[in-house]
Design a protein around this ligand. Structure first.
Ligand code: KIV
Ligand code: ZN
Length: 513
């Protein structure tokens, strides 16, 4: 029988550490449900002790998701570990993932601790966690750049205390596949009780090798858990991408010989959901989930594929969920069909009033757009949750005028709390004029560091435009996302959504800092 490989998704924890990728509790819950539908083995739902928001998100996911193990990160101290255990109380299966840095550089410069102190803290942390759960994962942060003999001592000690998964992070993306694979192999050989734990890999993508390194950790090193994120989201250049690593293992099962529990048909919907939620656009030529991943432009390739698909295709687009991109609803669809599609997409609206409000928006969209796709519904519901929850700034209406040879002008009416404001401005284009109008009243002083427009569904100009605005202010970076068939309106929504995020005071502790 083939070995089973565990897929540990950390989109909601490490992925969320990407500048601007922070998500609300509802957004995280929606993604967690999609990960569960994809049959991810372990979902790292957050870092409960890092903020109250993260604690609540981990708790909500632990309460709602039944099929996957739910995990929270915790530094190697009693307070973090107790907080993680508290947030995970409602889970069907839970895991505490505790970590401390073990490289000389991190111990000396960041932690200002000696080797013996780190060894002791790791041991005590796992001992403490062992009283709260059976399922403990331990990570020596910057493990790959740590001294092998010291690392082996730490790992042996934490396994003795009850850690059942040992994860060796390449925290800074420095590894090379063969070297990383051999590092894990040698380390396992050096640790006398290594057979009492599942070994795991966690690779960052700074040199573009996170997937290759993870696969080498499995093939050469004998790891049986891979930590990864949807679309490779994560700090700096990101993490190992789930879709790539999963499809490599499945497509080349002849070589790896490992079984996975993942349902690949949920990969593209998951990729879209994460991209729409965070505003991090997927590059068109990205393996598996990029818009061009299965497109054949050259005549020779098209001819080949028509004659025999496998001349140029090693995977089938529908196997990874591309067929999910179909027209699902239209102008004539009724409330029940809409509600059913929401359920199929895993969107749980809490009350009938919310379903009604979303349905009104759906009808409004269907009047302006013939074909409604799943992505449109997700965008619409996300927008809906923006307006109903607690959000301070909301778009009321927008009028703009642009004509060749004239300077564009916009008038925007928006609500800020209970008050309504009307603002006007001109600008280089209608988008510029609209955002200047909003800023003239709000005076956030934020610097815009990214503005991007993307068609939600590929193909035609009938698609809704999805706009991402990234703002930076007082050391914080936030992304706002807005969707509408009119990209000027989508831009105003995205700007207001980013302003809302800047307003919410999030006190966070960084996982690596
Ligand atoms: O990259 C890293 O080292 C991490 C740890 C906290 C596991 O994300
Ligand atoms: Zn990481």
């Amino acid at each position: 029988m083939a070995d089973k490989l565990i897929i540990f998704d950390t989109t909601l924890r490490d992925g969320e550490q990407s500048p601007g990728a922070s998500m609300t509790k509802d957004e995280k819950l929606r993604i967690a449900r999609q990960l569960e539908r994809m049959r991810v083995d372990v979902i790292e739902a957050g870092f409960a002790a890092s903020s109250n928001g993260d604690f609540e998100a981990v708790r909500a996911i632990a309460d709602a998701v039944r099929e996957s193990t739910i995990c929270s990160l915790a530094r190697a101290n009693d307070r973090d570990i107790a907080r993680a255990a508290e947030a995970l109380k409602g889970a069907a299966r839970s895991r505490i993932h505790t970590f401390i840095a073990t490289s000389e550089l991190h111990m000396e410069k960041k932690l200002r601790m000696t080797r013996e102190q780190v060894l002791e803290q790791a041991t005590l942390a796992v001992r403490f966690a062992r009283n709260l759960t059976d399922d403990i994962e331990f990570s020596p942060e910057d493990g790959y750049r740590s001294d092998m003999d010291f690392l082996a001592r730490v790992v042996e000690a934490v396994i003795k205390e009850g850690a059942r998964t040992i994860n060796i992070p390449d925290t800074v993306g420095y590894a090379i596949p063969e070297l990383y694979g051999n590092f894990i192999k040698t380390l396992r050989e050096k640790v006398p009780n290594s057979d009492q734990a599942v070994w795991s890999v966690h690779c960052h993508n700074d040199l573009g090798m996170a997937v290759a390194n993870s696969l080498a950790g499995v093939k050469i090193g004998g790891a049986r858990q891979i930590e990864c994120t949807i679309n490779g989201l994560g700090e700096r250049a990101g993490n190992c991408s789930l879709e790539e690593v999963v499809m490599a293992l499945k497509t080349r099962r002849d070589y790896f010989g490992l079984d996975l529990g993942i349902d690949p048909s949920q990969i593209v919907p998951a990729s879209r959901l994460v991209s729409q939620t965070t505003g991090f656009v997927v590059q068109p030529n990205k393996a598996v989930v990029g818009a061009n991943a299965f497109a054949h432009a050259s005549g020779i390739h098209q001819d080949g594929v028509l004659k025999a698909r496998d001349t140029y295709e090693i995977m089938r687009a529908e196997d990874v969920g591309w067929s999910a991109n179909k027209i699902v609803l239209g102008k004539l669809s009724g409330r029940n069909a809409f509600k059913q599609r929401l359920q199929e997409l895993g969107v749980a609206l809490e009350s009938e009033a919310e379903v009604n409000a979303a349905f009104v928006r759906f009808k409004d969209l269907a009047d302006r757009k013939n074909e409604i796709f799943d992505e449109d519904i997700i965008a619409l519901v996300m927008d809906e949750s923006v307006t109903q929850d607690h959000e301070h700034f909301r778009l009321v209406s927008l009028a703009q005028h642009s004509e060749t040879g004239e300077r564009p002008h916009a008038r925007v009416v928006f609500a800020a709390g209970d008050q309504e404001f009307s603002a006007e401005s001109d600008g280089n284009g209608p988008v510029d004029a609209s955002l200047r109008a909003i800023e003239s009243k709000v005076q956030s002083g934020a610097e815009m560091i990214l503005y991007s427009v993307n068609a939600i569904t590929s193909g035609s100009t009938e698609s809704q435009g999805e706009v991402t605005v990234r703002l930076q202010h007082a050391g914080r970076v936030v992304n706002g996302v807005g969707a509408d068939p009119d990209i000027v309106v989508a831009s105003a929504k995205a700007y207001l959504s980013a302003l809302n995020k800047l307003q919410s005071k999030v006190e966070r502790v960084a996982a690596q800092g």
